[in-house]
Design a protein around this ligand. Sequence first.
Ligand code: NAI
Ligand code: MG
Length: 546
Amino acid sequence: MAARRIPLLLSRSFTSSSPTLFSRGRDSSLCRAAAAAAASCGYSTASSAAAAAEDPITPPVKVDYTQLLINGQFVDSASGKTFPTLDPRTGDVITHVAEGEAEDVNRAVSAARKAFDEGPWPRMTAYERSKIILRFADLLERHNDEIAALETWDNGKPFEQSAQTEVPMTTRLFRYYAGWADKIQGLTAPADGPYHVQTLHEPIGVAGQIIPWNFPLLMFAWKVGPALACGNTIVLKTAEQTPLSALYVSKLLHEAGLPPGVLNIVSGYGPTAGAALASHMEVDKLAFTGSTTTGKIVLQLAAKSNLKPVTLELGGKSPFIVCEDADVDKAAELAHYALFFNQGQCCCAGSRTFVHESVYDQFVEKANALAMKRVVGDPFKGGIQQGPQIDSEQFEKILKYIRSGVDGGAKLETGGERLGAKGYYIKPTVFTGVKDDMLIAKDEIFGPVQSILKYKDLDEVIQRSNASQYGLAAGVFTHNLDTANTLMRALRVGSVWINCFDVFDAAIPFGGYKQSGQGREKGSYSLSNYLQVKAVVTALKNPAWL
Ligand code: NAI
Ligand code: MG
């Protein structure tokens, strides 16, 4: 079963971009279907150019749910409007989805409000809630491959990654928070007086959640898992590029016993549905993942409406530091994975590869070789490491950054252009000689573009790593304990991965310093995002002790 391979993928995550590891997944039924489809399309070997140029493989799944989910029912939008969701392999329409706007957000919030104020969810025991979440996780496992296929179709990420990493990680995350549901508790505190002091950790109420398109399912899980475990109700807005997987899994959550109104899903655009949710007076908490620019907008909307607390997971420009003691082959593999994983569309991508001057030339050679070898093509085909970018907007933006790198004087080693004539494929791109003040070293590119920078000593690389508006994550490659200890404390970022990267287990908190965000998600830390702490003080009469 695909899920059992996850610990391996996580512990060796830096190698998971290698085709050999992904080929372990071919026993899954849809992997077999994809392989058969690939064979019938004439794909025999994984040739990047050929794969992108051929007709796309027919996804082995159909789209069942396209309406809004409000109060446990799939319904049309109030306006009757729909919008298309596109296949990034071609830009063709997959299907049309109900387009939620302010009126639909109102309907969804009313349902969530009623479910919180009057419904069974916050009133059932935490153990009962945890059993429903566990049943949901079992259903996720059972439908692993259909969900993975929908995710790949809508997003363009390799099917093997969806089936072997993302759906199993989503399942793991819900089991993790199911485990927390009945372990949430307050405390008693000794006060300086005749008082009994206790804290109640209460659900916060109606949670508004806005998620992006780069990891649609995982972002759904990071938001919905802890909110449900704490007994809240939810209105979630998916990204307009990727509405499909959340609708599918939400149906399963209701099959598992979730009462109506507890989770409501509104597909739609940011400035309409997203803004209506962020500024809603009846929403008690807002959680957002996406760009720093939009993060600032939703924070303002929250402040201007009812001052709801906000957690933000935003952009990054994460340093990946290759130290002088590095085994260069391994360092280059890990740095390659840190940047290129998920088509480079990761908030925490290791997008500034700092390499010590003593190993720089050797590293560059290896990094180029890896980028040139990277297998790009139809994500439904076996052995594919990189699919298309999400949409034309991101595609154009990345190509613009590549042009700015060339114009700014960085050396384009490989890639630098689109692959094929259809869809949004971009060749794995490597720049060397990158300087800190170039746009490609400062801005979040969100694409398969590696920028390699040279450094001389540790103090210098610490200073340069921290000289960023962002502070999301960092990678460190060294076996020198002193170097590792110095860097882990000096880097002003929310996650430091030492000799690994992108290790995203449910138990590990994630979030940013500086303009990379506010608050932490995952782990026990995320529970506090969805709880209110109430202090209850009772006067004591003739206490036996204080
Ligand atoms: P975005 O931040 O605009 O979109 C993320 C979510 O926010 C989507 O659900 C969107 O509909 C919603 N949204 C947009 N405008 C809104 C508004 N005014 N009010 C409320 N919600 C709103 O990101 P976008 O445009 O998809 O990508 C732009 C850049 O953002 C990317 O190139 C990348 O650099 C960054 N990004 C970062 C992500 C991360 O994981 N931190 C994820 C996606 C994008
Ligand atoms: Mg799509």
